[in-house]
Design a protein around this ligand. Structure first.
Ligand code: TYM
Length: 345
């Protein structure tokens, strides 16, 4: 088996309303991985345009996700932070993967079905082939580990299938060109922590999402302390006190969600939190959660605002990251083209 150096890649779409799910399910894990791995964190603007975006808003949101990365503690000097459209290799490798992935594989993607809804015929072709671009994002850097929230699991499995099929379809060329028995690693999803799937504050059976029409359903990273407090106060609960053990969450998705959020913010496991708060009424627990959420999130929001006041700085971070990403990607893309039989100068 080819030995690939450990490398982390992940992406966040600049589609507005960055929320607690993005933060706890993805961004805080990005931060934690920096000590152990070389990391590449990408603002995936090419994914965003699979659904129409207002051009000015897209540019604003791209800077905002970058600001969130930095405010949360990602070190853009030691690691790589950039926006996808500045590195053309993503589109080039995605084309190759469009020719590797099968229609049947994409037809099974639940996120496409959810997003396209009843208007499948009217969805963009890009929305359908989106998972191939996601595989290209990761494999353009031969990344081995991908921190994501639970909702990206199926896409990650598809990335592995694409890597595997490329390796098999071109096995002879890969070996002949001296790349060993695998050209692309099979990337491992890292779906970790008690908040891998943060649910809506208004309905514990629905995922917290950017597109939920109710702003009360999510805590945005840009919310101030008062807004965070109001949203937690209004969060749906049930009349029972909190359980002492996880088994007591049966049929109580809202309770499970709020405890999961608390645990992730406190850096504890759900079980540890239940030993502290089991038996409490929601009114008491919500006060505790509000205090922790405001103390954790308000500084991130404030730092994002400060950074957003200096767009030239953010653009420079993205330009610098894109330059380094291009350098890393160039030989990998060249090798893939060579394997396929594309003549290159
Ligand atoms: P996106 O932009 O929808 O979300 C960014 C990250 O946030 C996670 N997330 C959540 N985690 C927990 N609870 C939630 N309610 C919640 N909502 C969102 C997502 O799982 C994700 O990790 N396709 C990706 C972006 C992407 C990508 C990639 C990711 C493009 N290329 C390559 C990894 C590797 C997406 O739409 O994420």
């Amino acid at each position: 088996m080819t030995d690939f150096p450990m490398r982390v890649f992940s992406g966040v779409q600049p589609t507005g309303n960055l929320h607690l799910g993005n933060y706890l399910g993805a961004i805080t894990n990005f931060v934690a991985l920096q000590d152990k791995f070389d990391c590449i964190y990408c603002v995936v603007d090419m994914h965003a345009v699979t659904v129409w975006q207002d051009p000015q808003a897209l540019a604003h949101n791209t800077r905002e996700v970058t600001a969130a990365f930095i405010a949360a503690g990602i070190d853009a000097k030691s690691h790589i932070v950039f926006n996808q459209s500045q590195v053309s290799g993503h589109a080039e490798l995605a084309w190759i993967f469009n020719c590797v992935a099968r229609m049947g594989w994409l037809n099974r993607m639940t996120q496409f079905k959810e997003k396209a809804g009843k208007h499948r015929e009217n969805a963009s072709v890009g929305l359908f082939t989106y998972p191939n671009l996601m595989a290209a994002d990761i494999l353009l850097y031969q990344a081995t580990h991908v921190p994501v929230g639970e909702d990206q699991k199926q896409h990650l499995e598809l990335s592995r299938d694409i890597a595997q099929k490329f390796n098999t379809d071109f096995a002879t060329a890969i070996a002949e060109k001296g790349f060993g028995d695998q050209y692309f690693p099979l990337p491992e999803p890292l779906i970790t922590g008690p908040a891998a799937r943060v649910m809506s504050l208004r309905d514990g059976t629905n995922k917290m999402s950017k597109s939920d029409p109710s702003d009360l359903s999510r805590i945005n990273l840009s919310d101030d302390g008062d807004t965070i407090a109001k949203k937690i106060r209004k969060a749906k609960t049930d009349p029972e006190p909190l359980p002492h053990e996880a088994a007591g969450f049966e049929g109580r998705p809202e309770a499970q969600n709020l405890v999961g959020i608390y645990a992730a913010l406190a850096g504890k496991s759900g079980d540890e939190v239940l030993t502290e708060v089991g038996g409490q009424q929601f009114s008491q627990f919500k006060e505790r959660l509000t205090e922790l959420a405001v103390a954790s999130l308000a500084p991130v929001g404030a730092e994002m605002t400060r950074l957003m006041d200096d767009p030239a700085f953010i653009d420079q971070v993205l330009a610098d990251g894109a330059g380094r990403a291009r350098e890393l990607a160039a030989p990998i893309l060249h090798g893939a083209k060579d394997i396929i039989g594309f003549i290159q100068s």
